[in-house]
Design a protein around this ligand. Structure first.
Ligand code: ADP
Ligand code: MG
Length: 845
């Protein structure tokens, strides 16, 4: 318990810091951080490193400490790269986590500020409102219409209406009405709460529902590459034994010890060459960097696997109001059956919340202002009671004691208001016609009704029991966002269906849908139709209906389900408390950063910071780009491993003397040092292909490495192998006494080819020079490419070459190597050219 009751100014910043030192952070279990040492251990335990260490150890045993030492230096180099990479991804992911972590509004230093919920301390004054999941236990200081769902704690489904401590009766049971509990959910109203207990001290913490943070599961792609790596490692193990044995047989002239050691070394070389240990790294780097880039574009990814799924989205279910439209309403049309528009306006104003936050009510009140009804006039009386708006009723009412009479001012969807209004049949037709014509213009139509009970006793209990006189209709416009039309066109082109979900009536929705060019905008499913449909019927219907009107949040779940059962990958937006289940169930749940509730954000995979439809489309496009780049990187790694692995396999099989091999373990490590950074940096930065939104969504079941990519990679790899190994063999034949020269030529071919390869494979359609042009301003790309070149020059032309068993090349030799490397990779540009010509129909093959 904290002794002092804080002033209405809240805590001061210094007090808050002191209290945090005293009470700790507001979290159930402190975040575990992996120690640096642990991380290092993790990296070293990778098979690749174990192989390296074994190789280094063998050199030492062999009495070649120089080779052993160089190996170790390289190992340190690779470990550093890995550690830096991991540190960077960790940092990125943590920053993302912090951005999407729950926040809470508090009063500190007399000011309203938003802080992370973990930073709450006892004594803080926190402000809670609809949709907030209460982050700590505390006493209710002030409250208005505050209802809390405490079922997570008490199991009681019924909401609890909170009261302030001042007005509280002595507590009759354990759960107090003037107290809010961590882990429960505000379903209505607002309250000011003074935090009393945080973290494990809260009731929630005490029960020990330690909803242990779900461990970060590997993403589907990570699983896929995981098994790919395992497969390669398995094959490597078999071949490693084979090569070892053959090397042993090939060198009968060596002493037994040497024979053994040489065989082990050549086996290890092969194993290192074959294991594509870059795959997992590529994935984490690409996914986390992708998420980071998205965050900069107003789209916060909460779960890493969503980045993969995004690219496969085939159906986008979006709320109309606020996402497709601007949520800036204006009253466009008013109509009273008796022509008395003034009364209509006055009653409409009386029917609004006194502190309106809904854009529609704001628009109504400003219209009243223009019509001469000031807020002072409207809200000067006494509010006797109110009928709250619910999604099911779609109407609401206020009962005022206004100008000496009791007035019930009700407003809501015409369907509902008309059922409780008394209208003659002819009047009814007139009204219906007017509703129809207003809706067809895309206006949201609201009916306004009035009732004047004689005494307070005559006030009906519920709004449905009222008998209203219809004052008239109000038509409100909420224009679509400017970019929506273009975005819908992009989605159509990209094979992504846009589905509009709204609480408005169907005609209004259809009219807006037409304005923004949505296909299938003639058919509509209303909430009532949906309620009567069976799941099978709905599944059939959703195949060609894209507008759902008059829905309640509970329907969203069924809509997502129907689409998912049809095999679609569904993204769904939601902002309300009741949207959370549908958001969880959708493949990609999208919450609104601005107007969304905390609960919906917690359930979502993605938080849209600007609530804008365009951002969703951009995000999907980025998802496709990231997936594309992962594919390119994986294909590239595959390709570049082929010449290395084949060289490590074939040379010993051909009986080449161990000291003359193209690749010794040393050189493999050197290649590792280059390959990994080149691709994860250059390919990760590749912008989207120009046709990225012209193709249909990717089939989610499709493997990362499909037949097409495999064919391309293997062909490219084999050509590269022929070029590098051929050069090496030829030179070895010419200068049998100078294996260093042969090795250097072969190695330089691989290294230079690697540079070209990254550029060639950075796009499937565009030529390498175009890709380079696109990244021409990117300093990082240049740094990496020129760095590789500089590295090559250093290892060839400085004394380092002795340690690395290289020989300096003459200028003509270097140029030859350069040409061979170029040709061995750039031939693929011709394939692109032929494909392009083929497509434009100039040549047919
Ligand atoms: P959307 O899903 O498009 O945001 P809502 O669920 O907010 O739609 O509203 C659905 C319908 O409920 C509206 O078309 C309107 O008829 C009615 N409605 C919404 N808010 C109010 C309100 N404050 N007063 C009266 N009626 C309302
Ligand atoms: Mg709404």
């Amino acid at each position: 318990m904290i002794e002092n009751s804080t002033s209405p100014m809240g805590l001061t910043t210094t007090e808050a810091i002191l209290r945090q030192q005293q009470f700790g952070k507001n979290e159930l279990a402190p975040q575990k951080k992996e120690s640096f040492f642990h991380k290092l251990l993790h990296i070293i335990a990778e098979p690749m490193f174990l192989l390296l260490l074994v190789a280094a150890a063998i050199y030492f045993i062999l009495g070649e400490p120089r080779d052993g030492a160089i190996m170790l230096i390289f190992v340190i180099g690779i470990i550093s790269i890995d550690v830096i990479q991991e540190w960077k991804t960790d940092k990125t992911l943590n920053a993302l986590k912090d951005l999407s972590a729950p926040h809470v509004k508090v009063i500190r230093d007399g000011q309203e500020i938003t802080i992370a919920s973990v930073d709450l301390v006892p004594g803080d004054l926190m402000m809670i409102y609809e949709g907030v999941k209460i982050p700590a236990d505390g006493t209710v200081i002030r409250c208005s219409d505050c209802c809390v769902d405490e079922s997570s704690l008490t199991g009681e489904a019924e909401g609890v209406w909170k009261v302030s401590t001042e007005n509280a009766l002595p507590a009759s049971d354990h759960w107090r009405k003037d107290y809010c509990y961590a882990g429960t959910l505000v379903t209505q109203g607002t309250a000011l709460v003074q935090v009393d207990k945080i973290g494990p001290a809260t009731e929630y913490g005490k029960i020990g529902i330690h909803v242990a943070q779900a461990p970060d599961e590997p993403t589907p792609l990570q699983k896929q590459t995981g098994s790919l790596v395992k497969l390669c490692a398995g094959i490597a193990a078999v071949l490693c034994a084979l090569v070892g044995v053959i090397t042993y047989i090939n060198i009968p002239d060596h002493a037994l010890g040497d024979r053994l050691i040489e065989s082990i070394l050549s086996g290890i070389t092969l194993a290192m060459a074959m294991i594509p240990e870059e795959f997992p790294v590529i994935l984490t780097v690409f996914l986390s960097m992708g998420a980071w880039r998205l965050a900069k574009k107003q789209s916060l990814v909460r779960k890493l696997p969503s980045v993969e799924t995004l690219g496969a989205v085939s159906v986008l279910c979006v709320d109309k109001t606020g996402t497709i439209t601007m949520n800036q309403m204006t009253v466009q049309d008013t109509w009273a059956p008796d022509g008395n528009v003034a009364t209509l306006c006055e009653i409409m104003g009386l029917g609004c919340e006194t502190e309106a936050y809904d854009p529609m009510e704001k628009a109504m009140l400003s219209h009243c202002e223009k019509a001469g009804f000031s807020r002072e006039h409207l809200f000067g009386g006494e509010l006797i009671t109110e009928y709250a708006f619910t999604n099911e009723l779609k109407m609401m009412g206020h009962v005022w004691f206004h100008d000496d009479e009791i007035i019930i001012a009700a407003k809501g969807s015409p369907e509902r208001i008309l059922t409780i209004s008394d209208l003659s049949a002819t009047e009814r037709t007139r009204v219906d016609d007017k509703i129809q014509s207003m809706s067809e213009q895309g206006l949201r139509v609201i009916a306004v009704g009035l009732m004047k009970p004689k005494t307070e006793a005559d006030i009906p209990q519920t709004i449905e029991a009222c008998q209203l006189t219809l004052c008239g209709l109000v038509g409100l416009a909420d224009p679509p966002r400017e970019t929506v039309k273009a975005d819908i066109a992009v989605c159509n082109q990209a094979g992504i269906r846009v589905v509009m979900i709204t609480g408005d009536n169907g005609i209004t929705a259809a009219s807006i849908a037409k304005k923004i060019g949505m296909p299938h905008s003639d058919h509509i499913i209303t909430g009532d139709m949906l309620s009567e449909m069976s799941d099978e019927e709905l599944r059939e219907k959703v195949k060609d209906v894209s507008i759902f009107s008059r829905v309640i949040p509970e329907h969203k779940m069924r809509i997502v389900k129907a689409f998912k059962e049809n095999g679609e990958i569904v993204a769904m937006t939601g902002d309300g408390v009741n949207d959370a289940p549908a958001l969880k169930y959708a493949d990609i749940g999208i919450a609104m950063g601005k107007r969304g509730s905390e609960v919906s954000r917690e359930a979502a995979d993605l938080i849209l910071m600007d609530d804008n439809f365009s951002t969703i489309v951009d995000t999907v496009q980025d998802g496709r780009r990231i997936f594309d780049n992962i594919r390119k990187a994986v294909g590239y790694v595959f390709t570049i491993h082929i010449p290395i692995a084949f060289a490590a396999l074939l040379a010993p099989l051909m009986g080449i003397a161990p000291a003359s091999l193209l690749l010794l373990p040393l050189h493999l490590v050197l290649l590792e040092l280059i390959i990994d950074p080149t691709c994860s940096i250059v390919l990760e930065r590749q912008p989207a292909e120009t046709d990225i939104m012209d193709r249909p969504p990717r089939n989610p079941k499709e493997k990362l490495l499909n037949a097409k990519i495999l064919l391309k990679s293997v062909t490219q790899g084999l050509v590269l192998f022929a070029a590098s190994f051929g050069t090496y063999l030829y030179m070895l034949g010419q200068h049998p006494d100078n294996p260093e020269l042969a090795r250097t030529m072969g190695f330089a071919v691989i290294m230079l080819a690697n540079l070209f390869l990254v550029q060639v494979n950075s796009s499937d359609h565009d030529f390498a020079y175009q890709s380079i042009k696109r990244l021409a301003k990117d300093q990082v790309m240049w740094a990496v490419s020129l760095g590789t070149l500089a590295g090559l020059l250093i290892i060839l032309y400085t004394p380092l070459n002795i340690f690395l068993k290289f020989a300096p090349l003459s200028v003509s030799q270097f140029l030859i190597v350069f040409a061979i490397a170029g040709i061995s990779v750039l031939w693929y540009e011709l394939v692109k050219l032929i494909k392009k010509l083929n497509k434009s129909g100039k040549v047919s093959i």
